[in-house]
Design a binder for this molecule. Sequence first.
Ligand code: ATP
Ligand code: MG
Length: 332
Amino acid sequence: RPRVLSGAQPTADSYHLGNYIGAFRQWVALQDEFEAFYFVPDLHAITVEYDPAQLRERTYVAAAQLLAAGVDPERSALFVQSHVPEHAQLAWVLGGVTGFGEASRMTQFKDKTAKGGQDSASVGLFTYPILMAADILVYQADQVPVGEDQRQHVELTRNLAQRFNHRFGETFTVPKPYIVKESAKVYDLQDPTVKMSKSTSSPNGVVNLLDDPKKAAKKIRSAVTDSGTEIVFDPQEKPGVSNLLTIFSVLTDRTVDDVVADFEGKQYGHLKVALGDVVAELVSDFGSRTRELLEDRAELDRILADGAARAREVAVPTLAAVYEASGFAAPR
Ligand code: ATP
Ligand code: MG
């Protein structure tokens, strides 16, 4: 079976609606057709300021949320990145074939340092895409289900794989991004020109999957909408309403056209109330499943240990092949 690989950072107390719509729904859908590797990228999470005790707790909460979202540990390997040391080892090797200039062109780094300035950013945040390339290539992944914001990093990964193969002989599968156009980017509810995000969104702009259902509905109802009154899908002229329509259509498994037709002649307020109810139900179910899973830490540990063992079955031989191709003298 072809392979998929993806992760979502434990950089907040909860994942958000953008992660769910842009990523997790695809992860879950791909489990049958693909050999799937899904992980909690704790190594990525230390590239910004953080608290160690909080990171440890967030790693468990993240794993529980991925299970609550529908990742099935029987079919997919679910693990914590730092449990598979080959990610970091491969990242170092890939650093040697990454140009400083090409790394400097990554827009996520620019976005994430726009506020604080690049001088106070860590080198880890800068080299983040190289570790992400290692995450993907160490599993010889064919497809990488991500949101639109990660397209550039997957493109870099493809370039690094091709370059390495060209210089040192066929070693890596060249992966493709798996991006579902309609749902690839969910926008901040308070500023529908920027993506909904754990680290850069306004508190009321993000619906967290672990939000209290009433609070989640309220955030939707107070979303910034556009001038005019007509409910139409027009991301250029009406980014606020269009964002709500996208969310509505994905969560109810209907086309945007279908949803628009339903709201013909109605006002923004009607759409917001209806979507608020849909979102409240989602986070209510999601929250209770997550809390239930968090009650049995021993079971979570077991799932994550099993996932890491399955991951290493693929990662260890890949790294060995990379070391061999790189010209490292094997220890004898
Ligand atoms: P951070 O601010 O810590 O980077 P994030 O909100 O960007 O957090 P990630 O953990 O970086 O979330 O991303 C996990 C997955 O969710 C990735 O596949 C990413 O592309 C996707 N994703 C993140 N934000 C959105 C969004 N607003 N819309 C659609 N997909 C998203
Ligand atoms: Mg991100």
